[in-house]
Design a protein around this ligand. Structure first.
Ligand SMILES: [Ca+2]
Ligand SMILES: [Ca+2]
Length: 219
């Protein structure tokens, strides 16, 4: 009888630990707290991240930018090619690696990037591939087919299940330039519900103490 009671107590604790594991809210667009990258470049126009509000020079090509948000997450998606409306874009002559930071741990289900597709006009094409993954970990590379036509376009990578607080993206160019006007993340924020784990461990101790007292009383 006593052994059974003890087992039941452990089972109860195990259940409560499971209940306190990360629980996710419904899938929605995730808010980016900040992103870090090297600034865009200049050509016929400037293709810098003009609205970036973090640290670093927004008017210097290739300058390290960190701790802020700007053109890539302002909700403005370019509807025309770079030569008609350069402002919404950040354009690079490198393969930009961008770290996106979230305010709390998230589960990213899909990533959508909005880019220009000028079919090589001015050396601007859709990216040839995109690498993604949790920041600091290994990245997965996916090839992106160049769509027919030459209108600005988007690519979505789905079924990701990336769980963490920061995601790395790197664009690999098809020709000289890559132009990006927006990056969107969809998924859920991880929520910790019920008692915290240290408290649960405290309850485990209290539970065992209770079992001990009960056993004493039975004697
Ligand atoms: Ca934008
Ligand atoms: Ca095309």
């Amino acid at each position: 009888m006593k052994k059974i009671a003890l087992k039941a107590a452990f089972a109860g604790v195990a259940m409560s630990l499971i209940a306190t594991a990360a629980q996710a809210l419904p899938v929605s667009q995730l808010s980016v707290a900040s992103y870090d990258m090297l600034n865009g470049n200049t050509g016929s126009f400037t293709y810098w991240d003009d609205s970036y509000n973090g640290t670093g020079s927004t008017t210097t090509s290739g300058a390290p930018l960190s701790g802020g948000t700007g053109d890539l997450t302002d909700g403005v998606i370019a509807t025309q090619n770079w030569f008609n409306t350069p402002q919404p874009y950040v354009g690079w002559t490198r393969n930009p690696l961008i770290t996106f930071n979230f305010a709390a741990p998230v589960i990213v289900n899909s990533i959508t990037v909005h880019v220009d597709d000028a079919n090589g006009a001015g050396g601007v094409s859709t990216p040839a591939s995109l690498s993604y993954g949790l920041s600091g970990g290994s990245l997965t590379n996916v090839a992106l087919a160049d769509p027919a036509g030459s209108a600005p376009t988007s690519f979505t990578i789905g079924n990701l299940n990336l769980s963490g607080s920061a995601v790395d993206l790197q664009f690999f160019r098809r020709s000289s330039w890559v132009f990006v006007s927006e990056v969107e993340f969809f998924g859920s924020v991880q929520e910790y519900q019920g008692v915290s784990e240290p408290l649960t461990l405290g309850l485990l101790g209290a539970g065992l103490l209770g079992v001990g007292l009960a056993r004493r009383r039975q004697k």
